[in-house]
Design a binder for this molecule. Sequence first.
Ligand SMILES: [Zn+2]
Length: 62
Amino acid sequence: MAQGDICPKCGYYMYAISEKEDLDGSWIVYECRNERCKYRMKSFESQPADLDFNVVKLDAQN
Ligand SMILES: [Zn+2]
């Protein structure tokens, strides 16, 4: 799950209120913490096997 998502409208942090797994990843609904804003957005985080491999390789180089 992504961390530190910032509300595009007011700049507050957003937090995940629901997560639904799909075949290639998961749909996450974020909501703004600002009581006056409450902006919501949906974000898809894919997790294909190729990507995991690349991430591991990058970590090894550091
Ligand atoms: Zn906001």
